[in-house]
Design a protein around this ligand. Structure first.
Ligand code: ATP
Length: 210
């Protein structure tokens, strides 16, 4: 069964790093990939753009293709977006269909600070996407949990519903939303770091311009 892969984030704003690595992950895993914006990320400062603005940017970014889709379930829920709650909900909907949580290497390294992190593996596999220019060292605790779960062959993720970890060698792109917000705030025009659709309507990037 084709796995369902989820790529969560603040997408403040969505950039070509997000799109390129999730697109390549869809190819490598032969999976359906959904981009899933978070409402109140438990680990981070509040996003600059509102949920509605972030969704509008994602919709503009995803136009013209159908491999990547949008899942706004976390925005419809009140309170913090704990990933474990989302995975429990999806597992109840999916039955035995394989589910993969896609995480950039930086987000993966921080996994042990997540609410209920060990239970994530009861509901999903994790696909780790390499990301240059960030500190992605694994703690001993993380390495011990991951050791027995690591697989190299994506086909294993088609046969099991959850519980494995695969590292996906995607094209490294050193692009971050933080840097893009800084450039926009300085009045710069980071045109080729962002999907072209974000420039069609000046209102889309207005939250970041001063
Ligand atoms: P910020 O700079 O605001 O922290 P970000 O660019 O890291 O934002 P997020 O929306 O926080 O983007 O990231 C969502 C997910 O995308 C995370 O798992 C993150 O690791 C991953 N990600 C973001 N940019 C890249 C990239 N260039 N390469 C690989 N993974 C990425």
């Amino acid at each position: 069964m084709k796995p369902l892969a989820l790529f969560g984030g603040t997408f403040d704003p969505v950039h070509l790093g997000h799109l390129s690595v999730s697109w390549e992950a869809a190819e490598l895993l032969d999976a359906e990939v959904r981009l899933m914006p978070a409402h109140v990320p438990p680990h981070r400062h509040a996003p600059t753009a509102s949920p509605a603005q972030r969704v509008a940017m994602l919709q503009a970014a995803l136009q013209g293709q159908d491999r990547l889709t949008l899942d706004t379930r976390e925005l419809r829920r009140d309170g913090p977006s704990y990933t474990i709650d989302t995975l429990r909900e999806l597992r109840a909907e999916l039955g035995e269909r394989p589910l993969v949580l896609l995480l950039g290497a930086d987000a993966f390294a921080g996994l042990p600070s997540w609410h209920g992190w060990r239970e994530l593996f009861d509901h999903a596999h994790i696909g780790v996407l390499n990301r240059p220019g960030i500190d992605a060292a694994w703690s001993v605790e993380l390495a011990l949990e991951i050791g027995p779960r690591r697989v190299a062959d994506p086909r294993v993720l088609h046969e099991l519903a959850a519980g494995k970890v695969i590292e996906l060698a995607v094209t490294p792109l050193e692009i971050s939303a933080t840097r893009i917000r800084e450039l926009l705030a300085e009045g710069r025009d980071p045109r080729y770091l962002l999907p072209a659709g974000l420039f069609d309507d000046p209102a889309l990037l207005a939250p970041y311009r001063h």
